[in-house]
Design a protein around this ligand. Structure first.
Ligand SMILES: [Zn+2]
Length: 215
């Protein structure tokens, strides 16, 4: 797998520092599954962060710190719930193992030749995560969004003004982008999308379809 499109350094740095919300974290983690280049970069950033922490002068603990930890050790711990396995997510290639444990809804039609499958995050996130499956030859309606949109290609490929995107590639769109996307692979193109805000379809057909599309 040759990867041509990577997340910008700022996103990788924020990932390494644990600053992303869960939806954004899932998208970057998905890219890292297939990209040794970005995995190495994140590892280096984590080492730098650890070295900075190790170089900080030690701070005295509060007087009650030990008693507080000891009291917590005596408390009963609720048994961990078994992971909710999502039937079907196990068959999707390129997902990180922790994402395979998430629950997911069924595939549902959102536009001609396009289906969407929501992934249910275990904690609140302002970013929605879903799988988008498009049939070969699909021309996505031109659209913009009110926030950013991260796309990780899992299977198939698409092309737009920003280049050609195949398995492992990462595409970052912000609200200013106008996308006209063409699925150019022989097989279905499945992407993991992390999206903040809402999708806005442009043009007359888009305006007609907008009320029908529930994301
Ligand atoms: Zn990469």
């Amino acid at each position: 797998m040759t990867i041509h499109h990577h997340p910008p350094d700022e996103l990788l740095t924020a990932f390494a520092a644990g600053l992303l919300d869960l939806g954004q974290h899932v998208a970057i983690a998905t890219h890292l599954v297939g990209c040794t280049h970005c995995r190495d970069a994140v590892r280096t950033m984590e080492h730098v962060g650890g070295a900075v922490l190790a170089g900080l002068p030690p701070t005295a603990m509060s007087s009650g710190a030990f008693a507080s930890v000891a009291a917590r050790l005596d408390r009963l711990v609720a048994p961990a719930l078994p992971p909710r396995r999502a039937a079907g997510l196990a068959d999707i290639p390129g997902l990180p193992p922790f994402v395979r444990e998430y629950a997911a809804g069924p595939w549902r039609w959102i536009a001609p030749k396009v289906h969407l499958r929501p992934i249910q995050l275990p904690e609140a996130s302002s970013t929605r995560v879903f799988l988008l499956k498009s049939r070969p030859g699909t021309r996505m309606i031109e659209h913009t969004h009110t926030g950013f949109e991260m796309s990780c290609v899992l299977t198939g490929s698409f092309v737009h003004a920003g280049g050609h995107f195949g398995p492992g590639d990462f595409d970052l769109g912000d609200g200013d982008d106008d996308h006209e996307i063409m699925i150019d692979s022989q097989d279905d193109c499945i992407c993991l999308i992390a999206m903040e805000g809402d999708l806005k379809l442009n043009g007359m057909i888009g305006r007609l379809l907008q009320p029908l599309i529930r994301m």
